[in-house]
Design a protein around this ligand. Structure first.
Ligand SMILES: Nc1ncnc2c1ncn2[C@@H]1O[C@H](COP(=O)(O)OP(=O)(O)O)[C@@H](O)[C@H]1O
Ligand SMILES: [Mg+2]
Length: 260
């Protein structure tokens, strides 16, 4: 699934010449820059957290490029900085220093509004704990992705139903989370993450709460949507069986990243 299209050229200039983000992310865009187009470019990313008088360094200088369309696994010990890195990639937070670029957008220099816009346009999230709202049905949970009100109600309903069908849960649209198995709940969360058709899917321990058979089903689903949609997929995992499915494996320990 590599998007290497030829010899490397000046990707930065070619990126600037692109007229819109959708052109830039489309593998079939006319005059697409040659070579792998970076979805993410991180340079010297440092993230520290201050707690009372202590400062914790979660990311200690991460420099990393992730080409569009790649499937990457991130492994490493608890406290190694994996979730913090995913928050940077997900435009949920800004680094203390260094730069994070998503396509043409500099997330590190962006204001809250621009970060929220980038999230809404480009990024889907999946978490270990599913993060569904317990009082809403599966379909209503998927529809929460449209909470900004930009999409009319009928279209929201139609798209939520289609997203649930695409994860094999058409029959469960009216069920509450408590009426669904863990694997089914994670499918709802994946439908919610995909319903706005993001270019990037970020998953933080997506199979961490599931048994092995369900883990494999969920990974089959994630890998399937990655292939079909040409997403950039970043999966944080403790589980080597999950990580082995990725095209590229990174290890994050002590806030520093290495290739495996
Ligand atoms: N919001 C926060 N406030 C203070 N410290 C934090 C916060 N988030 C993470 N940390 C610290 O940053 C380090 C990296 O955490 P994290 O990115 O969650 O690691 P991982 O996901 O690999 O377990 C840890 O030492 C953690 O305690
Ligand atoms: Mg974590």
């Amino acid at each position: 699934m590599s998007r290497v299209e030829g010899a490397a050229t000046d990707v930065v200039d070619a990126t600037r010449a692109s007229s819109s983000p959708s052109d830039q992310h489309s593998p079939t865009a006319p005059h697409a820059p040659e070579g792998p187009r970076p979805m993410y470019s991180l340079t010297d990313v440092v993230k520290t957290y201050s707690q009372k008088k202590k400062t914790v360094t979660a990311l200690a200088g991460v420099t990393l490029e992730i080409p569009a369309g790649q499937m990457v696994a991130i492994q490493g010990p608890t406290g190694g900085g994996k979730s913090t890195l995913l928050q940077m990639l997900g435009a949920l937070d800004r680094p203390t220093s260094g730069t994070v670029r998503l396509g043409e957008t500099d997330l590190s220099g962006a204001g809250d509004h621009a970060l929220a816009a980038a999230r809404g346009r480009e990024i889907g999230f999946v978490f270990q704990g599913f993060n569904l709202i317990p009082t809403l049905t599966a379909a209503e949970n998927v529809e929460t992705a449209f909470a900004d009100g930009s999409v009319p109600r009928d279209e929201r309903r139609r798209r939520a139903a289609a997203a649930l069908a695409s994860v094999g849960l058409a029959e469960r649209a009216d069920h509450l989370p408590v009426e669904l198995s863990g694997g089914q709940q994670q499918r709802v969360a994946i439908a919610r993450a995909l319903v706005k058709e993001p270019t990037v899917l970020l998953a933080d321990e997506p199979t961490g709460s599931l048994d092995e058979a369900t883990r494999d089903e969920i990974m089959d689903l994630l890998e399937g949507v990655w292939r079909e949609r040409g997403l950039t997929l970043v999966v944080v995992t403790h589980d080597s069986a999950v990580a082995r499915r990725a095209e590229r494996r990174l290890r994050l320990e002590g806030g520093r990243v290495t290739e495996i």
